[in-house]
Design a protein around this ligand. Structure first.
Ligand SMILES: NC(=O)c1ccc[n+]([C@@H]2O[C@H](COP(=O)([O-])OP(=O)(O)OC[C@H]3O[C@@H](n4cnc5c(N)ncnc54)[C@H](O)[C@@H]3O)[C@@H](O)[C@H]2O)c1
Length: 378
């Protein structure tokens, strides 16, 4: 099987889909790997390291896009999709629930495309769970960003000049990113509280040494597949009221709340920001889905009512080396699943991971959520 690794072209994308360590494994299994010249440059991985691992460096992007399987990080542009043929297989983040144009264009190209976001979250697929690997990076980074933007210490300090009380950090949304933000803020010595609408999470928050914030509104809002469901309008309003009171006592609020395919819930209202202490910080990790804070400006850091509100986009890309390393291991696990005994590509659509992750095939959008987003009727 020939695996192609293009250079990422999306603005600000520094990650690369494979790293030399994973290339070495693939070439060791007699696969051919073609890496576009400069593909690892933004992650500070020179072409020479890919070559040492057994890859061929291609100056021509066409050489990479004609591989049996093209592996990418960011969704492909229209131009990139134009390079795919009807026997191409593409693996990457494709935003199946929110980028219907990408799904339509991939179907029109006749490509078989797999979205990492759509890999079912079952135990057997954990090694392929790129949402989790990248959320871990984002959660870690968010806790550090909060510490950096706060003009105070995170830990308690007992010094000759007296005692400094620890910073109070609240993490809203305790999925993979939130739990990592909690763990990281704890390690830095902050007094951490976590909150989520999924009741099952309370124990996980507490096991990290943090306090769980209990609210009445939206409690137990478990949805399908272990995700939260979107709250009703009444629940949202009640949750905002309760949270507005709770938020005011914290120095740093890190928000990570998401419902797949839906706009991010607005958990931190403008009123809550106004009532926060001067110098407090909000780090909003939900910027790509519109933000969890009403005053967030996705991609920007702004100061409102003396509160710094950062809503960075594509946070995993800011740690491109480790983010790429984890992502590449997720891709390797998926490639191993679709490799047949003869070392050729073998797609078994009876396998729930292969079927679940497939977004387009045979000229059609086949993923239910992507179909709905693209307005395809049965
Ligand atoms: N392979 C696996 O089995 C596997 C791997 C990773 C995660 N998971 C599960 O997937 C689920 C979601 O994880 P994720 O990190 O991808 O989540 P996510 O990034 O989709 O959402 C982040 C968090 O926001 C929370 N949230 C949504 N709406 C909210 C609201 N109005 N108020 C407060 N919080 C809100 C969600 O409950 C979730 O915990 C969890 O059940 C997790 O255990 C399973």
């Amino acid at each position: 099987m020939r695996v192609g690794v293009p250079r990422e072209t999306a603005a600000g994308e520094k990650r690369v889909a494979l790293v030399p360590e994973v290339v070495r494994k693939l070439t060791g299994q007699e696969h051919e790997v073609v890496v576009e010249a400069g593909a690892g440059q933004a992650a500070l991985i020179p072409d020479g390291l890919f070559e040492e691992a057994g890859a061929r460096i291609a100056a021509d992007a066409g050489d990479v896009w004609s591989a049996d399987v093209v592996v990418k990080v960011a969704p492909p542009s229209g131009e990139e999709i134009g390079r795919l043929s009807s026997d191409s297989v593409l693996i990457g983040f494709l935003q199946p629930l929110t980028a219907p144009d990408t799904a339509r264009a991939l179907a029109d190209a006749g490509a078989t495309a797999f979205a990492l976001e759509a890999v079912p979250r079952i135990s057997r697929a954990q090694s392929m769970d790129a949402l989790s690997s990248q959320s871990n990076v984002a959660g870690y980074r968010a806790a550090l960003l909060g510490a950096q933007l706060l003009g105070r210490f995170y830990p308690m300090l007992m010094t000759a000049a007296g005692t400094i009380r620890p910073a109070k950090v609240l993490v809203l949304g305790a999925g993979v990113a939130g739990l990592q933000a909690i763990a990281t803020a704890k390690r830095l010595g902050a007094a951490v509280t976590g909150y989520d609408v999924r009741s099952a999470v309370a124990e996980q928050v507490q096991s990290l040494g943090a306090t769980f914030l209990e609210l009445e509104a939206g409690r137990g809002a478990e949805g399908e597949g272990g995700y939260a469901r979107e709250l009703t309008d009444e629940e949202k309003a009640a949750q905002q009221r309760e949270l507005t009171d709770a938020i005011t006592g914290f120095d740093v609020v890190i928000t990570t709340a998401l419902v797949p395919g839906r706009p991010a819930p607005k958990l931190v209202t403008a009123d809550a920001v106004e009532r926060m202490k001067p110098g407090a910080v909000v780090v909003d990790l939900a910027g790509e889905a519109g933000g969890n804070c009403e005053l967030s400006e996705p991609g920007e850091t702004v100061v409102r009512h003396d509160v710094t509100i950062a809503a960075p986009l594509n946070v995993p890309s800011t740690m491109a080396e480790h983010a790429s390393q984890l992502y590449a291991r997720n891709i390797l696990a998926l490639l191993e699943l679709v490799t047949g005994e003869d070392n050729a590509l073998s797609l078994d659509f009876d396998d729930e991971i292969v079927a679940g992750a497939c977004v387009t095939r045979g000229g059609e959008i086949v993923h239910e959520g992507a179909k709905k987003a693209a307005g395809v009727t049965a």
